[in-house]
Design a protein around this ligand. Sequence first.
Ligand code: UD1
Length: 424
Amino acid sequence: MAEEILRITGGQRLEGTVTVNGGKNAALAIIPAVLLCNEPCTIENLPLVRDTQALADILVALGAKVTLSGSSMTIDPRGVKSAVVPEEYACRLRASYYFVGAMLACFHRADVSYPGGCAIGNRPIDQHIKGFEALGATVNTDRGVISARAENGLRGAEIYLDMPSVGATINIMLAATKAQGNTIIVNAGKEPHIVDLANFLNAMGASVKGAGTDTIRIRGGRPMHGCTYAIIPDQIETGTLMIAAAATRGDVLIRGALPTHMEALTAKLLEMGARVDEGVGEDSIRVRSDGNHRHVNIKTLPYPGFPTDLQQPMSVLLSTARGTSIINETIYEMRYKHLEEIRRMGGVSQIKDRLAIIEGVPRLTGCAVTATDLRAGAALVVAGLMAEGVTDIYNVQYIDRGYEHLEEKLRSLGARIERLTVED
Ligand code: UD1
């Protein structure tokens, strides 16, 4: 069977200007949220990646009309009558479970098959279910389907999350927007895309306050209307490009990026010896490096801590830094699979439970490697760019889930990267 790979000839310095896409994770929350109003909405700055396409496919399967024009998607939800997301759609990505919150709000019922997504550890949904139940729903998860019912409608409640789960915060926000009365989410996630969803809900007429802090207050049951809304820049794509710039001794100006979302990564790049400048009067970040990096320690944490989604590319940068770096992955228990591939490229690392201990080596050497999840794929791209020789990356479909035109962008900065079709 034929498959696509990315072939990178490493060692080229990245130089120039690049623009980031709209946020994938923000889009994944906002697309299902359109169901909450009974009028068309236009979402601008949408990243055209496999995950956003998968959610659009679900909307179409439910009866919505979806039209794309460049990076704008117009969704007309008026034809949606079904509250069932079948397995062949739900399994394509994790965010399919946002349809539970959105459909419960609209139809007081939802049947969504268990979501897919990256295999990076156990990913329970108990906090989502706790939230729906607090709002008055009954939830059954037998036979691989999340079945939620609220025959008498949803009513506002105070919900304390055991951990600031991004997904549970978003799902509860979606459901609570149409509940009768006030909902308070305590220990909520503070990620930028949670704030973006709140801004989108408010643009549709909802009343969501406090997003970006650990307490979100939602006044439910307000009339909702269609709107046009532009998605924030992608925090993780920005970070991946920042790391790639440092990894190649490059000088890259990243436009359309929000420096305030990047503070944890910026702090670590500065600590390593790279130079990071925030654009004055515009949303941009410039990263420069001479490649002479010191080791640093990283602990992944909910926002505003160091994002777990950047841990994998960052660990590759650390693999050639002077000294020993220690990574503590506190969010997921299985997010080091990429390091096995990096070892094949000459990297030296040990895994001890949640810790990865990385001994810096002078260089990585290209070889054939396989992506095991989305951000592992991004990490391997960074590795290929900084390695000596040729790196072939297999399983590129993971990368396509979250990065739009990645190879074109990197090529425009001077990388030697091409997409090839090879026989198995
Ligand atoms: C979102 C992001 C993902 C990122 C993650 C952490 C999207 C579409 N995806 O994923 O890219 O890596 O945030 O920043 O936005 N947990 C529970 N019970 C729950 C929910 C979560 O125990 O009900 C645990 C999970 O197992 C995990 C941790 O909480 O260990 C983080 O999960 P969560 O914040 O919910 O991440 P996601 O929304 O899945």
